[in-house]
Write a protein that binds this ligand. Structure first.
Ligand code: PEP
Length: 256
C-alpha cells in the first residue's frame, strides 16, 4: 500500500505440520530447527506440530527464537466438548500462537466466520497470538469475488477485536486453490490481495494498525518461490504447510 511502512513489520515465517509426525519425528525435526535457527533474530519463526507432539516439542524450542503454535483450538474455555482442546490447555504447555480458520477447518470441517470469530476473541483474551487464515476458493476467484470473500472473512473474523488487540493478530492470506496443490498465486496477485486486506485494516481500525499488521501468504510456498513473494511490499511472511515438514525445505524458506 503506497506509503505504508514495511519497516514497521517483522517478517514472520510459520510452519503448519498439519496431521503429520509422531512425537519422535516431531522432536527430531524440532531439534534440527533449533540447530539451524537458534540465533535468528530478524524473523519471527513459529512451528505448529500436531496437538499430541506439542508438549514434547515445547521444551526443545523454549528459550530459542522459535515460537510454539497450535493448529486450532476450541471456541470455549472448558466443559463438555469431547475431542476439543482449549486455549487454557494450550497456554499450559507453552503455546503462544494459534492458527484459526485454516481453509481445511473452514471447508472440510465446516467452520463458519462466526465460529472462527469466537475462537479469535477467546485466543486474544487468553493472551495468544491468533493467525487468522482467509482465502478464496478457485470458483470464487473465477467469479471475480476474491476481494469480497476475503474482505468478509477478515471483517467477520475480526468483529469485536480492538485496536489494542490487533497487535496480537496476524492475517494469513491463503488462496484455497493454492494450498497443497503446487499452484502458487503470482507474487503480484498475492500482493494485490494483501493490499486489499491492509486497506481494510486501515478503514476498520487506523493507519497505524494497518502499518503494523503482519500479513502472511500461504499456498505452496517453497524454497524456490519464497524470495519473490517476500520481495512484495505487502507480503510480510509465509504460512508453510508441506515444505515445513523437513529442515531441508523449511530452513531455506526462513532464510529467504
Ligand atoms: C497451509 O497448510 O497453510 C499451506 C499453505 O499448505 P502448503 O504450503 O502445503 O500449500
Amino acid at each position: 500500500m503506497k506509503g505504508y511502512t514495511r519497516e514497521m513489520r517483522t517478517p514472520f515465517i510459520a510452519g503448519n505440520w498439519k496431521m503429520h509426525k509422531t512425537i519422535g519425528e516431531a522432536v527430531a525435526l524440532a531439534n534440527e530447527l533449533v540447530q539451524a535457527f537458534g540465533s535468528v533474530q530478524d524473523t519471527t519463526i513459529m512451528i505448529a506440530p500436531p496437538f499430541t507432539a506439542l508438549s514434547a516439542v515445547a521444551p526443545i524450542i523454549s528459550g530459542t527464537t522459535i515460537a510454539l503454535g497450535a493448529q486450532n483450538m476450541a471456541s470455549e474455555l472448558s466443559g463438555a466438548h469431547t475431542g476439543e482442546v482449549s486455549a487454557l490447555m494450550l497456554r499450559d504447555i507453552g503455546v503462544s500462537h494459534v492458527i484459526l480458520g485454516h481453509s481445511e477447518r473452514r471447508h472440510v470441517y465446516g467452520e463458519s466466520n462466526e465460529l472462527i470469530n469466537k475462537k479469535v476473541k477467546l485466543a486474544l483474551e487468553q493472551g495468544l497470538t491468533a493467525i487468522l487464515c482467509v482465502g478464496e476458493t478457485e470458483q470464487e476467484r473465477e467469479q471475480g469475488i476474491t476481494n469480497k470473500v476475503v474482505g468478509e472473512q477478515c471483517e467477520k473474523g475480526l468483529a469485536g477485536v480492538s485496536s489494542e488487540q490487533m497487535k496480537k493478530i496476524v492475517i494469513a492470506y491463503e488462496p484455497v486453490w493454492a494450498i497443497g496443490t503446487g499452484k502458487t498465486a503470482t507474487p503480484e496477485d498475492a500482493d494485490a490481495t494483501h493490499e486489499v486486506i491492509r486497506k481494510l485494516a486501515a478503514s476498520l481500525y487506523s493507519r497505524e494498525v494497518a502499518d503494523k499488521l503482519v500479513i502472511q501468504y500461504g499456498g505452496s510456498v517453497k524454497p524456490d518461490n519464497v524470495k519473490e513473494l517476500m520481495a512484495k511490499e505487502n507480503i510480510d511472511g509465509a504460512l508453510v504447510g508441506g515444505a515445513s515438514l523437513t529442515a531441508a525445505q523449511f530452513v531455506p524458506i526462513v532464510n529467504f
